[in-house]
Design a protein around this ligand. Structure first.
Ligand code: ARG
Length: 566
């Protein structure tokens, strides 16, 4: 693809030899309105060098700049020099590029094969996969794909919550009230039921908590009975989770959860002691973080059993040794902000400078619109129920709008589940938001179905083509404002992907798909495509093809499918 920005810099550097190319490049602005050109160079900073007014400098420089085929206009407007790309060259360069790169349009090799860990989802064994987990799962999944697309060697880790005192509680509860068959048939709700009962009973009977602690201690000491029960809870839970991951199209490279680090903690604790970072406090051990305006971090309990934060320390050190990561990303809700700040600081105090490469990608809470979803048990909303409901509703819509559609089942899943995922990734991740199933599933407005529908529309245009289009495309035919605007958006895609990675913000891609879909629909509304003028028709088809490809690439990066018909 022709890099018009570099062309501008080259032209300017000839007439402003006093300034480095890098600086010229960083001074360049993109005008707010396209009638002011594609790039604007402000001349204010040159006043000092040339001892003239910026307006004068702008005028003088424009006279000196030699003509160039890449620009149809270079003009002085007050203190600025405005550059307008040659539309035909621009259009040709963008469309040919998309057409050539296809599925890899928007990708890059800036990652250079560096290792990046994205830890996400990290559900808790024996607990529901609830609506709160979907954000971590889908933001993480998207960041994983985006980094891969940018040439990083990416590892997806599910740091399962499969360790801790709660497993002691669960063992006690199971031994008192559990029924093997019920749990096998309906694992998570049954396990949740006895877990909730444990808490109710423990309020009346203090002995239960002590028993739970004893059982967790046994588990840490490799007691066979404790281990077998724990393993069974884990296996039945994972089977459930994997069904949901399957629906969401999410895969992990590793499921090393908290338990994986149980035998790696003593070494970390010893290291902390040796480095004089630990302080004894009432039989427990803490890291005093007062100096850094944080409450102390408790790393061992008085009975010697380990804690969540200790497992995170062990996991990070293990990951650094095992993967040699350039970046270690944690996609976890903002309620855990302090937790991550604390242990990143402890890693720093241990003298590891790679604490800087650990990133907590936090996000706000999902609320539920009143009446949007009914709950199966208690106040927990099971994600699987939401996804199923979304698919069912989509089926109803398809029955009504397009009853003869092929693969109805499959398409309903792609749209229904896609709608929920899209909604999750629509807002800045840090914002809290309220989930509404109705809004999510609408085919109009800024939704997944709207974008997918637009994609299907491009496919339908391309299907109607009879025969291949010619190789000789007259790109000057696409010189109307809407066409050029669509192509400008297409050209932006590679930068949007990079920006999304830099800011850990998949929503930038989500919003980009909406913009592109809207602009394409404007184009489609204004222009017939299968027109008699063969050159015009061919050029427009090239545009439609490029939009189809770019929408598909963008949707894939946020974890959505792009059905060809719906
Ligand atoms: N399992 C935890 C939860 O559901 C999230 C784990 C986050 N990751 C971590 N490395 N601490 O709250």
């Amino acid at each position: 693809m022709i890099n018009f920005k570099n062309e501008v810099v080259d032209l300017l550097s000839v007439v402003i030899p006093e300034i480095e190319k890098n600086e010229i490049s960083s001074l360049l602005e993109i005008p707010k309105y396209t009638n002011m050109g594609d790039f604007a160079f402000p001349c204010f900073k040159l006043s000092k060098i040339y001892r003239k007014s910026p307006n004068m400098i702008s005028k003088d420089l424009v006279e000196k700049i030699s003509g160039n085929k890449y620009f149809e206009k270079i003009e002085s407007v007050n203190a600025y020099i405005n550059f307008t790309n040659s539309k035909t060259i621009f259009v040709k360069s963008v469309l040919e590029n998309v057409n050539e790169k296809k599925d890899s349009y928007g990708s890059s090799d800036i990652g250079n094969g560096e290792e990046i860990i994205v830890e996400f989802s990290s559900t808790n064994i024996a607990k529901p996969f609830h609506m709160g987990h979907i954000r971590s799962t889908m933001i993480g999944n998207s960041l994983y794909k985006i980094h891969k697309f940018l040439g990083y060697d990416t590892v997806a880790i599910n740091h399962l919550g499969d360790y801790g005192t709660q497993f002691g509680k669960l063992i006690v509860a199971y031994k008192l009230w559990g029924n093997k068959e019920d749990i096998e048939n309906n694992p998570i709700p049954e396990l949740l039921k006895i877990y909730v009962k444990f808490h109710e009973e423990a309020e009346k009977d203090e002995k239960l908590d002590q028993e739970a602690r004893d059982w967790f201690k046994k588990l840490e000491n490799n007691d066979q009975e404790a281990y077998d029960l724990w393993k069974w809870f884990k296996d039945v839970s994972l089977k459930e989770f994997n069904r949901v991951y399957g629906m969401l199209g999410v895969e992990f490279d590793s499921y090393t959860g908290e338990s994986f680090y149980s035998d790696k903690m003593p070494a970390v604790l010893n290291e902390l002691r040796e480095k004089n970072i630990l302080t004894k406090s009432k039989g427990a051990e803490i890291v005093d973080l007062e100096e850094y305006d944080m409450p102390p971090a408790l790393v061992t309990k008085s009975d010697g059993s380990s804690l969540y934060i200790t497992r995170d320390l062990a996991a990070a050190i293990y990951r650094k040794n095992h993967y040699k990561f350039a970046k270690n990303i944690y996609v976890v809700g903002s309620q855990q902000k302090l937790h991550f700040q604390q242990w990143f600081k402890i890693i720093e105090l241990m003298g590891y400078d790679w604490y800087k490469d650990c990133v907590h990608v936090d996000f706000g809470m999902v609320g539920l619109e009143e009446g949007s979803l009914s709950t199966r048990k208690g106040r927990v909303v099971f994600l699987e129920d939401v996804l199923n409901k979304a698919v069912d509703k989509t089926k109803e819509i398809i029955e009504e709008k397009n009853p003869n559609l092929k693969n109805k089942e499959e398409v309903a899943k792609a749209i229904g589940i896609g709608a929920v995922v899209f909604q999750e990734l629509s807002n800045n991740r840090i914002k809290d938001y309220t989930f509404s199933l109705e809004k999510t599933l609408s085919f109009e407005g800024e939704t997944g179905p709207y974008v997918q529908y637009t994609h299907a529309r491009t496919c339908s245009v391309l299907r109607k083509l009879d025969g291949a289009i010619s190789n000789e495309i007259d790109y000057s035919k696409l010189n109307d404002e809407v066409s050029v605007e669509v192509i400008r958006l297409l050209a932006k895609f590679p930068d949007v992907v990079k920006d999304a990675a830099r800011k850990y913000e998949p929503s930038l891609i989500t919003r980009y798909t909406i913009q592109l879909a809207q602009e394409f629909n404007r184009f489609y509304h204004d222009n017939s495509i299968l027109v008699d003028d063969l050159d015009l028709k061919n050029a427009r088809i090239m545009l439609v093809q490029a939009v189809e490809q770019t929408l598909k690439n963008a949707l894939t990066l946020i974890g959505l499918k792009a059905p060809e018909q719906m």
